[in-house]
Write a protein that binds this ligand. Structure first.
Ligand code: NAP
Length: 514
């Protein structure tokens, strides 16, 4: 087998790639409005209650109607997953991995089609959609290989007359709850990690992006996944989410989303319910308030570009988005001016048009929340550019920069999850590190500097799960920069890292006297 390397991004400067992507968009356009079922034990179940998934760039356009599971169906899915676990856990790891590799090959073949769904359903610009699909392929390729690496367990010592072994077995039924912002990569990655390690799962995708999840579930079954391993239960987080998290037969929950929901899940999962004979494991990857720090000795053009692209890529709707810029006072004005000038060149509009750098935000709720933060920003800081939104056709908000924020202001502390970045002036390097670490979160960060000593200090002092030097703070690659954060950013599970699968397994020691 070829060693793992990450899936290359598509070069849209090449005409043939541009054409192929446009054809995929046309194809997806012809598929709009279809119905997608709940899938339990391989059976497709159409329900009366449906999620209507819409295009956030064009509210009139329906991407699909997805059947919703209620508690009764959630229970049926749980029973199916429990039964299937008894056989799936006995599958050889190689055979489980083969299905995942097949799925990766099929996804690669249909890469632009899946990306086109991301453009339509999540409002991702071409490049962002392409990166999301590439990451999904990477997760499949990487986790398949990781399973092969750990399948025999790890060597342990044996004394004379003794034969000791140490290996991993799966946990049981897992609940996978995924967010809207990487509706393919995170949904697929968290699902496949659980499955390849021998568990069966119930997948609940985000309500705003269920169609791309339904397409992925279809693909997994086409790749040969046995019925009942992956059960698809779209539905209301509040209604079936709590039910499944509380369920005594739930063995683990793999959640990615907001701090609020993650903490709720963690709390509920900690309670032992009647009939439960284990402590549930919770993998919770949550929010961020990520910072790009700029030193006084730094490439200031690189600094401005790192701030702007980290802040506004996918309209700031990445957990890793750089929503704070902390700048040494000596270079503050210059960097601010450069960042504002660069931001003014960004194009915003329907992401189906390759020329638009930024598309919409995901829905009405996000639109209102972000616009509210913009009002807060006007009170707390100085509006430098942007600040306006237009939700007449889709949920568009201009890339927005606020200057001169106090380090404790709301704009510097709270996750906005939109195209808004706050600038804050720092006295010196100590002060920069203090501000960088002064939130409840600890997901990503970047330091732009030419000062070697400061790089080494930041390596120790900048308390984030993913720290980058002289580049932006988004764009972790599976298998290259394992991803996950500290503090209220979550359990630091490090998706795309060498120990991720172990979180879905338990280790067994056997000792035999010879
Ligand atoms: P969200 O509102 O927390 O939703 C995430 C998922 O949780 C959705 O599927 C949602 O379902 C479900 N949910 C809601 N209430 C629930 C409940 N009571 N029980 C169980 N599930 C429930 O987050 P989002 O808006 O989709 O995503 C944005 C957030 O995710 C940001 O905070 C971002 O920082 C974070 N994020 C973190 C990472 C990371 O790796 N650290 C990566 C990506 C995103 P509904 O859609 O039905 O509400």
């Amino acid at each position: 087998m070829k060693p793992y390397t990450h899936e290359p991004f598509t070069n849209f400067a090449e005409e043939k790639n541009k054409q192929a992507f446009q054809e995929a968009l046309n194809y997806v356009q012809s598929q709009l409005g279809k119905e997608y079922p709940v899938i339990i034990g391989g059976e497709s179940i159409h329900t009366d209650k449906k999620i209507t998934s819409i295009n956030p760039a064009n509210k009139e356009e329906v991407i699909g109607q997805v059947s919703m599971a209620d508690q009764e169906l959630a229970e049926k899915a749980m029973q199916e997953a429990l039964t299937t676990f008894e056989t799936w856990k006995k599958w050889k790891p190689e055979h489980r991995a083969n299905i995942i590799f097949r799925a990766a090959a099929m996804l690669r073949r249909r890469k632009h089609e899946f990306s086109a769904y991301l453009v339509k359903e999540a409002g991702k610009p071409w490049k962002e959609a392409d990166a999301d699909t590439a990451e999904a392929i990477d997760f499949l390729e990487y986790y398949g290989r990781q399973m092969l690496r750990i399948k025999e367990g790890f060597p342990v010592n044996s004394r004379d007359g003794e034969f000791n072994q140490f290996h991993y077995i799966p946990l049981g039924v897992g609940i996978i709850i995924s967010p809207f912002n990487f509706p393919l990569a995170i949904m697929a990655g968290t699902t496949v990690a659980a499955i390849v390690s021998g568990n069966t799962v119930l997948l609940k995708p985000a309500n705003s992006t269920p169609v791309v999840a339904a397409k992925f579930v279809e693909l997994m079954y086409e790749a040969g996944l046995p019925k009942g391993v992956l059960n698809f239960v779209p539905g209301s987080g509040a209604q079936i989410g709590d039910y499944l998290v509380d369920h005594p037969k739930t063995r683990f929950v793999s959640f990615t989303g907001s701090r609020e929901v993650g903490c709720r899940i963690n709390e509920r999962a900690a309670k032992i319910n009647p009939g439960q004979i284990w402590i549930k494991r919770v993998i919770a990857e949550m929010g961020g308030k990520d910072t790009v720090v700029v030193d006084n000795d730094a490439d200031l053009d690189l600094a401005a570009a790192s701030i702007v692209y980290s802040a506004f890529g996918f309209s700031g709707q990445k957990c890793s988005a750089g929503s704070r810029a902390v700048i040494h006072q000596d270079v503050y004005d210059v960097v601010l001016e450069k960042a504002v000038a660069l931001t003014k060149t960004l194009t915003i509009g329907n992401p189906e048009d390759l020329n638009n750098y930024m598309g919409p935000v995901i829905d009405d709720k996000s639109f209102k929340k972000i616009m509210n933060y913009i009002e807060v920003g006007k009170e707390e800081g100085r509006l430098m550019t942007g600040g306006e939104g237009d939700d007449s056709k889709g949920y568009f908000i201009q890339p927005t920069i606020f200057a001169d924020l106090d380090e404790k202001s709301r704009l510097m502390q709270e996750e906005i999850f939109g195209p808004v970045v706050a600038f804050c002036k720092a006295r010196d390097f100590d002060h920069m590190m203090t501000i960088a670490n002064n939130t409840d979160y600890g997901l990503t960060g970047a330091l732009i500097t030419n000062n070697r000593e400061h790089i080494e200090r930041a390596r120790e002092e900048f308390h984030v799960g993913n720290l980058y030097f002289n580049r932006g703070c988004t764009g972790a690659i599976v298998g290259y920069q394992p991803f996950g954060g500290f503090n209220m950013s979550g359990t630091d599970s490090k998706a795309g890292g060498p120990d991720y699968l172990l979180l879905h397994m338990q280790a067994k020691t056997t000792a035999e006297t010879l």
